[in-house]
Design a protein. Structure first.
Length: 300
């Protein structure tokens, strides 16, 4: 079982349908859930419904007891009582589950790795130069991965199916934006965890902000999964950011949230130990020593 092999392991849009049905109508038997989700319609593939349900039971989003399927209470409470609201909040919960340690224990296994293939794929793509990486085709991505990952047993995107899976899931989970080419951009994922990064603090030293972000999203710079992937990359084909710098992907996210007014990235003259953000062509975008959380505007 994995996530990136979508034909066998489920689709995010099917997960949305299953979630909306349970939020609206409550727990029900497996057959009732599949039927209410459209299993009897000609335009719906019942195999995809069943496979997606199986995967997300195994990953821990759904639970099945005495033949009745429900969303686990901890997640159901966060999704709320409205199906529309639940659909909006679902990516945050799915991302949390997919990145959870218990679903990434078999990190380098090719089969039965739960969500580790997604975590490996996200870690690798977010480590790239977002301004130079051509995401327009699997062949170009495969060529880049082949140059960087010499050990074939460590490669993630071994075929077009897995690249399509990564491309689809990274957009849904807030690590990229859709378009003619996928734009590598973890802004939405970072936005969702900003409250947990700061907790009770209003301002954090920039390096501490990066550390907390990596704890919440371990595919970002310094994260546990990112470190494992970077450790197998060929230094002849890939180089980490210089000391004191963060990757172009994380730089982009911090810069966007700063411009949107969610955070303020500040350079304080009386402080040391800042971080530098990287822009196009490897140029230094800016250096910041502290990151401050700004109050949300009324009505947002």
């Amino acid at each position: 079982m994995s996530i990136l092999n979508m034909p066998s392991d489920g689709l995010f849009n099917v997960l949305i349908v299953l979630t909306r049905v349970i939020v609206r109508f409550g727990a029900m038997t497996r057959d009732e859930l599949l039927k209410a989700s459209g299993a009897g319609l000609e335009v719906v593939d019942p195999k995809q419904l069943s496979q997606t349900l199986n995967r997300w039971i195994e990953l821990g989003f759904f639970e099945s007891e005495d033949g009745v399927v429900a969303i686990r209470k901890a997640y159901l409470g966060r999704l709320g009582k409205s199906a529309d609201s639940a659909e909006t909040l679902l990516p945050q919960i799915v991302r949390e589950i997919a990145l959870a340690p218990q679903n990434n224990e078999r990190f380098w296994e090719s089969e039965e790795n739960k969500s580790a293939d997604l975590s490996r794929g996200l870690s690798w793509i977010l480590a790239q130069d977002v301004y130079r990486t051509d995401t327009g085709s699997h062949s170009k991505i495969s060529s880049l991965e082949g140059a960087q990952v010499a050990d074939a047993t460590r490669r993630i995107l071994q075929n077009d199916t897995r690249w399509n899976g990564l491309r689809t899931w990274m957009i849904y989970l807030g690590f990229a934006r859709s378009g003619a080419q996928v734009t590598i951009d973890p802004t939405e994922a970072l936005r969702d965890v900003v409250p947990y990064i700061f907790e009770a603090s209003e301002t954090l030293p920039a390096p501490i902000f990066i550390e907390h972000a990596a704890e919440k999203l371990p595919v970002l710079d310094g994260g546990a999964y990112r470190a494992q992937v970077e450790a197998v990359l060929n230094p002849q084909s890939w180089a980490p950011p210089p000391d004191g710098y963060v990757s172009t992907s994380l730089s982009r996210a911090i810069q966007r949230l700063d411009r949107e007014g969610m955070i303020a990235a500040e350079l304080r003259s009386d402080s040391r130990g800042g971080i530098s953000l990287i822009g196009t062509g490897g140029r230094t975008w800016r250096t910041v020593t502290h990151i401050r959380r700004l109050p949300a505007e009324k009505g947002k």
